[in-house]
Write a protein that binds this ligand. Structure first.
Ligand SMILES: C[S@@+](CC[C@H](N)C(=O)[O-])C[C@H]1O[C@@H](n2cnc3c(N)ncnc32)[C@H](O)[C@@H]1O
Length: 313
């Protein structure tokens, strides 16, 4: 089917489903999301979102998420190492920007040169903090924390939880709607619980995981599906939910932008916070570009719309 026809079909389907009510809307959305993400080749999914500014080695939101779990198992013991890792990541973000400029490219993740620039910038010291963490965390004796990751991709963040020794302290399960992602994740980690699943209807009892983590998903959902996903991740979490958003702003209402088969919405900070507060006790929101500027003097983080929520039940 040609792209324009597909677009019109999806739009007409959405309008019809809206009239039939939220269950029909969610059912259609699941089909469209599956179709859209299912179009990517397994090899592309394997490398998607793990390079450039989005590489969990230097992406501030991925690092903050790992530090959050380090705190759960070891308290404040590693504050200095956390700070050192963030300083390292900030230096690499700066160097990546400079390298893109040097190559005559426009700085930013969307420029095609970013992967080459990233490889050049990471050089031989790219995994130095993975190695340091692994040594430090091997000595920690703590109760295990159970973690459910929704929309885990091809183990995009989990790989780095393994490399830094954090995964050894977690009872982890990851799920994703896209079969190729789950096949990639299982091939890489055959002993880990990766499964197909839908954030709109999570296959887990209430409060069955200590923490739920989600990176870069909610903006891709319709408003009805986003509310449902927030209700679902909150339902299955016992202690809290950690969420990375990539397109959020301090605006009064969500800006809804339907694409062909999914969305790329700009989420309202306050509306999203309110949605979580109907299920949970508190929300700490970190505006990442403000955080790196105020704490580390990095004035130009690649994404001004990046926010991390730590939601407690
Ligand atoms: C932008 S990617 C983010 C992947 C990964 N979390 C990361 O940050 O690298 C969005 C992911 O959401 C998954 N996804 C989309 N709709 C979903 C749904 N309803 N339930 C679970 N996963 C979904 C896609 O298959 C894709 O892997």
């Amino acid at each position: 089917m040609r792209a324009r026809t597909r677009h019109l079909t999806a739009r007409a389907g959405r309008a019809a489903a809206r009239m039939l009510g939220s269950r029909a809307e969610l059912r259609l959305e699941r089909v469209l999301l599956k179709r859209s993400w299912g179009r990517s080749a397994a090899r592309r999914l394997e490398t998607y979102l793990v390079s450039g500014y989005q590489s969990p080695l230097i992406n501030i939101q991925s690092i903050l998420a790992r530090h959050h779990f380090v705190h759960l198992i070891a308290g404040d013991r590693f504050r200095e190492l956390e700070r050192a890792e963030l300083e390292f990541a900030i230096a690499k973000n700066r160097a990546l920007r400079a390298e893109q400029k040097r190559r005559g490219a426009k700085p930013g993740q969307r420029d095609k040169s970013v992967t080459k620039a990233f490889t050049a910038v990471m050089g031989d010291d790219g995994t130095v903090f993975m190695d340091r963490w692994r040594r430090e965390l091997s000595d920690v004796a703590a109760n295990r924390t159970s973690v459910l990751e929704a929309a885990c991709g091809s183990a995009n963040d989990y790989r780095f939880m393994v490399d830094c020794g954090l995964a050894a302290h977690l009872d982890y399960r990851g799920f994703d709607l896209t079969e190729a992602n789950i096949a990639n994740a299982r091939a890489a980690y055959p002993d880990v619980d990766f499964r197909l699943g839908d954030v709109l209807n999570i296959d887990a009892p209430d409060a069955s995981f200590d923490w739920v983590v989600v990176h870069d998903l909610f903006e891709h959902l319709s408003p009805t599906a986003c509310e449902q996903a927030i209700a679902e991740v909150s339902r299955v979490a016992r202690d809290g939910v950690l969420v990375s958003f990539f397109h959020m702003a301090d605006i009064p209402e969500h800006e809804i932008k339907p694409l062909r088969q999914y969305h790329r919405n700009r989420l309202s900070l306050n509306r999203t916070r309110e949605a979580f507060l109907t299920h949970c006790q508190s929300v700490d929101a970190v505006h990442v570009s403000r955080f790196v500027n105020e704490e580390y003097g990095l004035r130009q983080y690649y994404n001004k719309g990046a926010y991390t929520f730590v939601v407690r039940k």
